[in-house]
Design a protein around this ligand. Structure first.
Ligand SMILES: Cc1cc2nc3c(=O)[nH]c(=O)nc-3n(C[C@H](O)[C@H](O)[C@H](O)COP(=O)(O)OP(=O)(O)OC[C@H]3O[C@@H](n4cnc5c(N)ncnc54)[C@H](O)[C@@H]3O)c2cc1C
Length: 414
């Protein structure tokens, strides 16, 4: 690496669990991290689904390197086999880590990274590019400024860029106009948002565990409020495959949730609409009318869009990324996680080789590295961080960057 570059800090975008883990690993290896967090708290995206119980236990959710840092500071290590809610993850892990005296001086809250580029290099200019530091345009309450760094770890997550309800990947006709009646993600149905759901007809759209969480909570609310109707719309032709995890699944909470939804279906507490391809949402007399091909669904009061997330790539538009055109994950990672290609029970371990880009020193890590693929786990993210940060400052970075546009063979098929 160029001599002057090595004196500069390494930027980390986002103080979620993966950004914090990157800060820990950077400090451990003698780098100076500068950690930018758009919100007023670390773990801000997790706070948005804090009421949801995680399906991975504490043993999966804590980075071992972070635990080593926290322990001498009197941290009460949670029981490895317990399953925290998002809020418990925040209170018992993320917040203590963010406020740790070795981490907090490097953390800049209320500071949004707006764009990243290379000093004196726009996207087109190649000469001297690899030796040029990165420039981050950051915005905080005092205004905007540019920060100069040697490398960039983008761990800014995907929760704030949910997928649309529209079947074509763009908003359904009328979707943006109906936004007040649509919740993207997993709303707090039994808590702070209860009033919006009780005695309403609610449609949940999506076939994953976020949809299951919403359905479970809606049915519980409907048990107390008899005028409620719980509708579930999926793209598939049936919902026979609700219980997908093996009986001895390591993530027991995931299987428990699947079994619970199966029971609720058998009890007739959820009305199912299959082959849903939402084209238009009209508003009539305070109700939403959903058009799916030639079908029209019963009028609903609210929709919960549990349709997944996509990465915001605008931030990196001036950098040379290598992204798979379908998953929008790094090219070499895509074959390991693409749900179109296989259905591995678990994603194989991966690291620097799969996470590099032609832009030397740029890494997208954490849930954003999975692009639109839905199977990210924190445990995988901590291993990503370890692999990438251990290689910083070595020749491996350049080798991996050169190979970053070549897809790897499939790790498994199903
Ligand atoms: C309902 C639900 C349940 C889940 N359950 C599990 C589970 O059981 N187990 C599991 O392993 N995973 C689970 N996940 C996945 C989970 O979201 C991720 O594991 C975890 O949050 C990813 O961490 P991250 O650090 O990559 O991103 P995030 O947690 O999303 O953190 C990104 C951070 O970046 C900040 N940010 C965004 N843009 C900018 C910017 N431009 N500048 C500065 N800061 C920025 C955000 O404010 C945020 O703090 C679940 C997700 C959901 C939605």
């Amino acid at each position: 690496m160029h001599k002057e570059l090595t004196n500069l800090p390494v930027a980390v975008i986002g103080a979620g669990p993966i950004g914090l883990s990157a800060a820990v690993q950077l400090l451990k290896r003698g780098f100076t991290p500068v950690l930018f967090e758009a919100s007023n708290q670390a773990g801000a995206n997790i706070a948005r689904w804090g009421h949801v119980r995680m399906f991975s236990p504490w043993a999966y959710n804590v980075d071992p390197a972070a635990a080593e840092l926290l322990k001498p500071n009197g941290w009460n290590e949670p029981t490895a086999t317990d399953f925290p809610t998002g809020n418990e993850l925040l209170e018992q892990y993320i917040t203590p880590l963010a406020s740790h005296p070795e981490i907090s001086p490097h953390l800049h809250l209320n500071t949004r990274v707006k764009s990243v580029s290379r000093l004196n290099h726009d996207l087109l200019r190649t000469e001297g590019r690899d030796k040029a530091p990165f420039v981050l345009r950051v915005s905080n309450p005092d205004g905007e400024q540019d920060m100069i760094v040697q490398a960039v770890i983008d761990a800014s997550g995907t929760y704030q860029t949910p997928n649309w309800l529209g079947t074509h990947g763009i908003p359904a006709l009328g979707e943006t106009e109906a936004k007040e009646a649509i919740a993207y993600g997993v709303p707090n149905i039994l808590g702070s948002e209860r009033e919006q759901y009780k005695n309403r007809t609610v449609l949940v759209v999506g076939g994953g565990h976020s949809a299951f969480n919403a359905l479970q909570d809606l049915v519980q609310l409907a048990d107390e409020h008899k005028d409620m109707r719980v509708l579930w719309g999926v793209r598939n032709s049936s919902v026979n495959n609700v219980v997908r995890s093996p009986e001895n699944d390591e993530l027991q909470e995931r299987r428990r949730l699947e079994v619970r939804i199966q029971e609720l279906l058998e009890q007739g507490k959820i009305e199912v609409f299959t082959e849903l391809e939402i084209e238009a949402i009209q508003q009539e007399n305070g109700k939403l009318i959903i058009q799916s091909g030639s079908k029209t669904l019963p009028p609903v009061d609210r929709i919960i869009a549990a349709t997944g997330f996509r990465p915001n790539l605008n931030l990196l538009a001036e950098l040379r990324t290598s992204l798979d055109p379908a998953t929008q994950s790094p090219t070499r990672l895509a074959p390991l996680i693409d749900p179109n290609q296989h259905s591995c029970g678990s994603v194989p371990e991966h690291g620097l080789a799969e996470l590099s880009h032609p832009e030397l020193g740029l890494f997208i890590l954490g849930i954003k590295s999975y692009g639109r693929a839905p199977t990210f786990l924190l445990r995988t993210g901590y291993k990503q961080v370890l692999s990438v940060v251990s290689a910083l400052g070595t020749d491996c970075i350049a080798t991996a960057a050169q190979a970053s546009t070549t897809p790897t063979p499939l790790a498994c098929q199903g």
